[in-house]
Design a protein around this ligand. Structure first.
Ligand code: PLP
Length: 433
């Protein structure tokens, strides 16, 4: 089927709100390492890794072999009502890696379901439907998770089943706390949390849920220690803290295996997905046993933790840990941050370059101002694509370029990607000023 016909048929049969990148959307038909190929045979260096799902990259021998060996058994899935060896072994490893006391794991097939499950646990545990979330957050596309997402572009629900109060803490570039030092910012956020607890709740809140680095929100990065300060306040009320690690898990932030590690805090629960299966659908919740065991009704995820996805996840974890990809993410990320901070003119379109490890956001603004510039982000997105680099776009205003390459990124690929980005930003600077 020709590309134009595919796009036409996509638009006819799929909902208009289903996002597609690029003026001329790409069909990816092949991949190897950190590169993908489109339907016309054109190859791109991939700095978005299928929205962080290809943690290791494409066509990785060890992962493909593991998947093939499971296929060879003839069993792709028979429901999770039966014992699945790989599922149990993977749960043990994730429980151990979580650092959570008496941890238990529940598997799902996506990040949305993982957060839905965590919210269900917390609301049952505390017998409360009140939730604290961060402004500019994203937690998924189902009923409860869109309801608590703090980003109107991704949260159309006016009928949340939960009562949500939003606090500061994610997006420092804009808003009333802009410009504060880290210590003052944490102090102001904590005061805000106390005030929210005292004014919009009776303290009987089910949980706080937060992303250590806000993904869809434009890789907005709070100061280290913020969430430990929050957890101290929450502890006074017995409110559990849930870290949404869907984007920040598996060492991607470089410094720590979980994004929350930068805050010196072990959460009551963490949710995960994206990179764990290196492209296969798997997510889950790891939580304190007491929290996990609070459900009195039966529950199951028919596909969650199935033999194929847990096999892929086991092979991915083995690879990530044995190749110390967390260290590679730290090194390549530091290089990219350094290079990109040289980008653009002082009065140009780059407002801020931020992030950790291989989660880097470039906030684009109207030249010489702090006004968000979605048109600059679109220009950079299209220019990088034309030069053979795929990047992501996001942020509350659609004005942030997001970089999250596979964690196996090499030094040469980091140099190549940053060169294309610097050129695209320079061209955009020239065009818009
Ligand atoms: N939580 C975070 C932080 C995410 O970034 C996402 C997806 O982008 C989700 C949850 C939802 O995950 P999924 O798209 O796998 O349902």
């Amino acid at each position: 089927m020709p590309h134009d016909e595919l796009l036409h048929r996509h638009r006819a049969v799929m909902p208009g709100w289903l996002s597609l990148y690029y003026d001329e959307p790409i069909e990816i038909t092949g991949g190897h390492g950190r590169h993908v190929t489109d339907g016309t045979g054109r190859t791109y260096l991939d700095f978005f890794a299928g929205i962080l799902t290809n943690a290791i990259g494409y066509d990785i021998g060890e992962i493909s072999e593991a998947i093939r060996s499971q296929l060879d058994t003839g069993v792709v899935h028979t429901s999770t009502l039966y014992l699945i060896r790989r599922q149990v072994e993977l749960a043990e490893r994730i429980a151990e890696l979580s650092g959570i006391d008496d941890a238990k794991v529940f598997f799902t097939s996506s990040g949305t379901e993982a957060n839905e499950a965590a919210l269900l646990l917390a609301t049952q545990y505390r017998r409360s439907n009140q939730v604290l979330a961060l402004r500019n957050s994203y937690h998924g596309r189902a009923f409860a998770t869109t309801g608590i997402t703090g980003n109107r572009g991704w949260s159309p629900s006016a009928l949340s089943p939960l009562q949500v109060s939003y606090v500061h803490g994610g997006y420092r570039y804009r808003g009333p706390l802009r410009g504060l030092s880290d210590a003052d910012y944490i102090r102001a956020c904590t005061e805000d949390l106390r005030e929210v607890l005292a004014t919009t709740t009776a303290g009987d809140v089910a949980c706080m849920i937060a992303e250590p680095i806000q993904g869809v929100g434009g890789f907005a990065t709070p100061p280290d220690g913020l969430f430990a300060a929050y957890a101290e306040v929450l502890g006074e009320y017995g409110i559990p803290f849930i870290s949404d690690e869907v984007q920040t898990g598996w060492g991607r932030t470089g410094e720590h295996f979980w994004g929350i590690g930068a805050h010196g805090l072990t959460p009551d629960a963490m949710t995960f997905a994206k990179g764990l299966g290196n492209g296969l659908a798997i997510g889950g919740v790891v939580a304190r046993g007491e929290l996990m065991d609070c459900l009195t009704a039966n529950s199951i995820s028919t596909f969650g933790g199935n033999p194929l996805s847990t096999t892929a996840a086991t092979a991915t974890l083995d690879y990530l840990l044995s190749h110390d990809l967390q260290a590679n993410a730290a090194e390549r990320g530091a290089f990219l941050l350094r290079r990109l901070r040289e980008a653009g003119r002082p009065d140009g379109v780059v407002g801020e370059v931020r992030g950790k490890g291989l989660m880097i956001g470039i906030e684009l603004v109207e030249p010489g101002t702090t006004e968000p510039s979605p048109r600059a982000a679109t220009a950079v997105l299209e220019a990088t694509r034309a030069a053979g680099l795929l990047v992501g776009k996001g942020g509350l205003h659609g004005n942030v370029i997001r970089l999250a390459p596979p964690m196996t990124l090499t030094a040469d690929e980091a140099t190549e990607g940053s060169r294309i980005l610097l050129d695209a930003i320079a061209t955009t600077d020239k065009e818009l000023t």
